[in-house]
Write a protein that binds this ligand. Structure first.
Ligand code: ADP
Length: 448
């Protein structure tokens, strides 16, 4: 606005100065031309010469002789004829220079020009013209007034707009701040819900989706903690009950005592299985994984099969496998062992006496595929998507009775996914369930 109020005015002022210079100098030059034929100047011959060329638009015209004495003055009252005049421009002209000056003051342009009058290259006098112009000045003042009014209007509009915008912005920031505070204090269901498409609304949407994730994680965490404490509480309560019974029963016979103590042992074992699985999951959650190496799955699978063969035989389940070598996976040996063990253990555990479990290991394109199939009861369709959740069991009593913790499949899924693999489960049409794991095939040294 400062520029708006100064630059156009300065430019117009300069334009007026220039145009004044041209008109004033042309007037002066006409008068000088009228006097140029004279060999010397005196009051009479100057008045006679200028009577023809007199310029009415000028406010004042002075003609002096070479000493600066005024010979002619257009000012009617208070004229300076006969006096010596020492206006700066006039002095300049008498020294042989063309002089011009213009100024703008108190609503008027005052311009002055003076030229020497020569006769045979001798300065015989000077012509001085003065113009006092309020017309152009009024135009300029009008322009100045308009610019000021325009600036005032722009200023008010800008002020109002910035007030409105800043209010809208602070209101949105306030809402977002409030949402952040609420969520920080634990109200994970609170959302900022800012309408619109501007940057603040976008930030609010990002914040809301972050809160969604936080809420999901928090819900899962709470459920996990409550499930875990419940799982730990059950065997502890059983141990307490059994030991109290031993202590409080008088003359308890050794047979019953042995039975109770063996039950206590079984519950303790269960506790340690749960804590082991919990620790394993915590390690997986924290992202601390062993350094991966290229592992051939076949020897690991054979080792698990040897171990499980005894368990299966004891249960009257037939365990067979069909595997090839060269199925290389970038992982840690223990992880692969754990995954195959958990799946095979489940398959045997949930098979009926006389059932069969088939494990297969093969390569399919750029993948290593491990499948564990059984011909047990399978998993109800509605439970299929949930069996990988922590502590989720289709049949709680059966899982407990079989020594399950409800964490085996979560460990399998987390372990496999950490190595960029996938795991899926479906029921077989002929009965039973099949779990399939796909790992990306690692390139061995001999193959690369
Ligand atoms: P659990 O320790 O109870 O076996 P898991 O996480 O290993 O826990 O398995 C979760 C649930 O999935 C089991 O409780 C069981 O109901 C079901 N399940 C797992 N594997 C099988 C299978 N091969 N056949 C039928 N049900 C299975």
């Amino acid at each position: 606005m400062l520029l708006l109020n100064t630059y156009p005015l300065l430019v117009s002022e300069d334009l007026v100065f220039r145009s004044k210079k041209t008109t004033l100098e042309s007037s002066v030059s006409v008068m000088v031309y009228s006097l140029s034929g004279l060999d010397q100047l005196n009051e009479e011959n100057v008045a006679a010469a200028l009577a023809v060329a007199e310029e009415s638009a000028l406010s004042r015209v002075l003609v002096t002789d070479s000493t600066g004495k005024v010979l002619y003055d257009t000012r009617e009252t208070g004229g300076a004829v006969g006096e010596y005049c020492l206006y700066t421009e006039l002095v300049q002209a008498l020294l042989g220079n063309d002089a011009y000056a213009c100024s703008y003051r108190r609503g008027a342009f005052r311009s002055r020009a003076a030229w020497p009058v020569l006769y045979q290259n001798q300065i015989i006098g000077a012509v001085y013209a003065y113009e006092y112009d309020t017309e152009q000045a009024a135009l300029l003042e009008g322009l100045q007034g308009n610019l000021l009014r325009l600036s005032a209007v722009i200023g008010v509009v800008v002020l109002v707009l910035s007030l409105v915008l800043s209010r809208a912005l602070t209101r949105k920031i306030g809402l977002l701040q409030n949402a952040i505070r609420q969520v920080r204090e634990g109200a994970y269901s609170h959302r900022a819900n800012l309408p619109g498409q501007d940057e603040m609304a976008q930030i609010a949407r990002e914040f809301d989706s972050l809160t969604d994730r936080l809420q999901t994680t928090e819900t899962a965490r709470r459920r996990f903690v409550s499930d875990a404490s419940h799982e730990l509480k059950t065997p502890l309560a059983a141990i307490r009950l059994l030991s109290d019974s031993i202590l409080q029963t008088d003359n308890i016979d050794p047979e019953t005592t042995r039975e109770f103590v063996s039950d206590i042992g079984r519950e303790a074992e269960r506790l340690s299985r749960i804590t082991e699985d919990l620790l394993r999951l915590t390690r997986l959650d924290s992202g601390v994984m062993g350094q991966p190496e290229i592992v051939d799955v076949l020897p690991v699978l054979e080792q698990v099969m040897r171990m499980m063969d005894l368990v299966a035989r004891e249960k009257g389940v037939e365990l067979t496998y069909d595997a090839i070598g060269g199925c290389l996976v970038l992982a840690a040996k223990d992880e692969i062992h754990q995954v195959i063990y958990n799946l095979t253990d489940n398959a045997v555990k949930y098979s009926a006496v006389g059932g069969s479990v088939q494990v297969s290991l093969r390569r399919a394109g750029e993948e290593v595929v491990l499948a564990v199939a059984d011909n047990g009861a399978g998993i109800p369709e509605e439970d299929l998507p949930r069996v990988f959740e922590r502590f989720y069991r289709v049949d709680k009593a059966r899982s407990r009775a079989a020594g399950g913790t409800g964490l085996g499949l979560s460990i399998v899924r987390d372990t496999v996914e950490k190595r960029n693999g996938t795991v899926e489960v479906r029921n077989r049409p002929e009965g039973g369930a099949v779990f399939t794991i796909r790992w990306p095939l690692a390139r061995g040294e001999e193959e690369s």
